[in-house]
Design a protein around this ligand. Structure first.
Ligand SMILES: [Zn+2]
Length: 57
């Protein structure tokens, strides 16, 4: 599982905004950029090229 303490440190590499952890999808979401950063084996992959674009909302 992802260390909860790390979540307070993590920010979006694009906008430096706060990321929202979604445990069910194992991803960190930036609502400003509409991007979901995957978490691979407990390690967040904060690379914009690897992020998944979210549509709508
Ligand atoms: Zn962002």
């Amino acid at each position: 599982m992802l260390n909860k303490k790390i979540l307070h440190v993590l920010v979006c590499p694009l906008c430096k905004g706060r990321l929202v952890y979604e445990p069910h999808h194992a991803q960190l979401v930036c609502h400003l950029d509409h991007l979901a950063y995957p978490i691979k084996k407990g390690i967040p992959v904060l690379i914009p090229e690897k992020a998944i674009k979210l549509n709508g909302e």
